[in-house]
Design a protein around this ligand. Sequence first.
Ligand code: ADP
Ligand code: MG
Length: 280
Amino acid sequence: MSVTAALRAEMVALLKELKMPTVRECYEDEANRARAETLSYERYLLELARREAETRRVNRIERMLRQSRLPPDKTLATFDLDRLPLRVQQQIAILREGAFLDNRENILAFGNPGSGKTHLLAALGNELIQQGRRVLFCHCALLVQDLLLAKEELKLPRMLKRLERFEALIIDDIGYVEQSRDEMEVLFTLLAQRYERGSVLLTSNLPFSQWERIFKDPMTTAAAIDRLVHHSVILELNVDSYRIQHAKSKTPRRAAGAVRTSKNPEPKKRQAPKKTQNET
Ligand code: ADP
Ligand code: MG
């Protein structure tokens, strides 16, 4: 083995041991470039460090996105913020910076079904992960089932500890499924345990006045609301269902198109209601 080949083999082995795959891949090309451009040793090293750090950052975010269980297509890029009340738009502009996580503040999103609560909080979660924050997205009903199972197996403390690792816990659709007392209890335990320890972001179709349906008795309901609201931002999405609006805005175009065809003498009456029903 020539000296150069031996050096290269040692270099590759060391970079493997040090877990620097990107440097391993690009150090030779970068060295050639540095020689051609007469870069200093420091510049060369800096470039390698930058490349390694960048790949790690990208991989880390990809891993966190996978682990977050966020719906992949619900991002701010696919969300029409202009549809929301101005106040909510302003709130989102601040929340997306992520400082609320440092203050362990909660976000409570209320609104009609289809108003965009889930999409909005998922998009916010996505945004936070891009900034390196740890986020977990859960459907409330499934989360409660997991908590109950953990409780039965005497592993509830361990599960709560695991959830603590996430700076933002998104609980989607609290109160959507009527819960039993056992289910309510584990949910309350989770909320109480997270109080001032980590942010909870939740969506609900039910206003607080109906939360007794979730927590069963007035005392527990008040205690749960109290903890959630203490440090919180409330987003009121008082807008129509996006799905219904979308279906409606499509209908006239279809109907108008259909009017022009001679085979369809009464398109408006027949098509409009059918379309609306299908899409809601
Ligand atoms: P909610 O959770 O309030 O019931 P969703 O967030 O599930 O509503 O929204 C219903 C559907 O409409 C989803 O497919 C969502 O992506 C879409 N949607 C809602 N609001 C918007 C919006 N402002 N811009 C783009 N898509 C939206
Ligand atoms: Mg929803």
